[in-house]
Ligand binder design. Structure first.
Ligand code: KG4
Ligand code: ZN
Length: 339
């Protein structure tokens, strides 16, 4: 069978990334240009600055990706791009760039959902084993998803309020840690003990999550202690928060493993870069004889390799997008309908 090379583009937030992915599994060339340091000065991503920086950088990222690859652009089979969900201005830069490349080089265009991209990061140098349960944990998502086959998603549960990554970022801010908060909370938490009492968010029989109560508890605790002139044990507070947040994930993952008897579990999204989360989910899975798959760390946070991996099943099914493809800030967990 002929090899399929997909040039993938990701620009949904503050990373401009491109990759050339072979047959949906092998990364031939990979570039990520992060704007993290710029946004850190503001304590979070500034959408206007993000889209301007994508515009400045995207051509360089293409040049770099092609330079590192042995595959010339003429030999690429399709151009894939994240069209949703994310920051609208940022997405538009990638979508327009992809359409122009597809038009000039006469390639098929594939529209990829960013969250599906995170799930398919588990297909890089690996193979999704169905049926599976996917725990998607990022700055915008906290979902527990069941998949019987490629591109079939049954959402078992979701967050009722904030996404877990967003809470890590808010907690980091109140603890005066640098953006992006997640990795810094993880580092600090490793030095502490879970000695601050935290609320238990949703202890019911659904697969839904809740994190806003936990986030508010941390913020209120910090404000109250500061008002009283008391010192906060930041390491212990980070550890208490992280433990409670991961316990929330573990409870629902365990419930799903018990009820579905599914033996394959994957973790996806930026928060899956956490070594502590990997360790904790592994402990739960072991009890049920379940194998956990997590992407390599560089494919956990936003990147184009996962978009190339997620585009491959769409390529095989000839689900191509038309040139009036538009970006969307929100979208359900499905592929863009071919037009
Ligand atoms: O998937 P991602 O890069 O972007 C979105 O699609 O949202 O996820 C970013 C989120 C941020 O909230 C970041 O703080 C969190 O993932 N994150 C982590 C860790 N690394 C990244 N959260 C906890 N521990 C980490 N090590
Ligand atoms: Zn993401």
């Amino acid at each position: 069978m002929k090899e399929v090379y997909i040039l993938a583009i990701e620009s949904s937030c503050d990373e401009t990334s491109m990759a050339i992915v072979k047959n949906g599994h092998q990364v031939e060339s990979f570039t990520v240009l992060t704007q993290m340091d710029t946004h850190a000065a503001y304590g979070g991503v500034v959408p206007e600055i993000a889209s301007r920086m994508h515009t400045e950088n995207i051509t360089m990222v293409l040049e770099e990706t092609l330079k590192k690859s042995s595959i010339p652009i003429e030999q690429i089979d399709a151009i894939a791009v994240t069209y949703a969900p994310g920051l609208l201005g940022s997405l538009l830069v990638g979508v327009e760039f992809a359409k122009t490349l597809a038009l000039v080089y006469k390639k098929s265009l594939i529209a990829v959902n960013h969250t599906i991209g995170h799930i398919y990061a588990n297909n890089i140098d690996n193979e999704l084993k169905f049926p599976l349960l996917a725990l998607a944990v990022s700055g915008g998502h906290t979902d527990l998803i069941k998949m019987e086959k490629d591109y079939q998603f049954e959402i078992l549960g979701s967050t009722l309020d904030d996404a877990i990554g967003e809470c890590f970022d808010k907690v980091a801010r109140v603890l005066e840690l640098k953006y992006p908060g997640g990795p810094n909370v993880e580092k600090l938490a490793a030095l502490g003990t879970p000695s601050y009492p935290m609320p238990i968010p949703v202890n019911d029989n659904t697969y839904n999550f809740s994190f806003s109560g936990l986030k508010s508890a941390v913020i209120n605790l910090v404000h109250n202690e500061r008002q009283r002139g008391n010192e906060i044990r930041k390491e212990d507070l980070a550890c208490s928060f992280q433990t409670a947040a991961f316990d929330e994930l573990k409870r629902k993952v365990e419930l799903a493993l018990k009820n579905t008897n599914i033996k394959s579990l994957i973790i996806a999204g930026g928060v899956s870069a956490s070594s502590k989360l990997r360790e904790e989910i592994n402990k739960v899975a072991e009890k049920y004889g379940v194998k956990v798959s997590v992407p390599e760390k560089k494919y956990c946070t936003d990147n184009a390799a996962m978009i190339g991996a997620a585009a491959y099943p769409l390529y095989l099914q000839k689900k191509f997008a038309s040139f009036d493809l538009n970006a969307m800030s929100q979208t359900p967990l499905t592929e863009k309908k071919e037009q």
